[in-house]
Design a protein around this ligand. Sequence first.
Ligand code: SF4
Length: 347
Amino acid sequence: MLNNFSTDLLRWYRLNKRDLPWRRTKDPYKIWVSEIMLQQTTVSTVIAYYERWIETFPTIHDLAGASLQRVLKQWQGLGYYNRAKNLHKAAGILIKEHGGVLPKDPRGIRALPGFGPYTTGSVLSIAYDIPLTIIDANVRRVAMRLLALPGVADIKKDPKINDFLIKVLPDRQVGDFNQALMELGALVCRAREPLCMSCPVKKYCEAYRAGNQEIIPETKKRMIKDLKAVIAIIKNADSYFIQKRPSKGLLADLWEFPGGKIKPGESKKKALARELKEELGVKLKSSTHLFDVIHFYTQFRVTLSVFICTLENDPKEDKYRKWVTFENFSKYPMPSGSAKIIDKLKK
Ligand code: SF4
């Protein structure tokens, strides 16, 4: 029954795949970069980042030789900055230990930072045609419908899905097959309103046969937390004061304006004075509210209340704290919330 599954899917892929920049290459490095960028990020967002990245760091050598600050700057706005740090770290290891080439052996590649089962399978199958299955959110949804697996789409379903994928994986064109499944999930077997009438594998689909494809998988309710924070704009002539975040934790190593979360029961002005004292050891003289910026992260929504501040004493510069002009902001990697603040300040 499943004999022609891969042939049908591959034929559809050849005729319908999107022309994406990383599909025009077999360079393992470029495929690796695209696969890392595509995790948690949409194709339309990734295209411009990918093209800029490849122009800036065309080879593993160029990436390994760049400073972390430059690497993070190129990544700015894509989020999940550990992905960029791991790319940089792994590039250094590849130069030192593998002659600057991505190994073909799954165990060798898994030992590199940032290579879990998905990245290992996708890079090795697409770049080297090594027969490995991969499961991302699109593949999981498509397979759950093909097999009519009930419940939410989570990793508990993966062993069953993997058994199925091993059965239908072709002997050749494994990379194309894996990309075809992901493409099917993105274009046809969409999360909402799957286009079953145009589906090349509908004759194999249990959910379509039973007519319950719209309710597989069950949708998870996401709890979004609301956070409120104050941000201090400290200006001296045409320079603004920014500081570097710690090297561990959320948004590690990025630069931002001083400020922080408002504690329960605390007023914005009190929070501002406290944060400035704690972070910079300076005393707030006066502050004026400029505007609010709302920014969404995966698990929470943060409202940043931005104030222009006058201080009793100037903050001190060091390795982690700098006065920076508008022109020089481009040298400092920043979280998207801070980048939005800069855009508003410019206006
Ligand atoms: Fe998805 Fe419909 Fe195709 Fe089944 S028939 S795989 S539900 S698009």
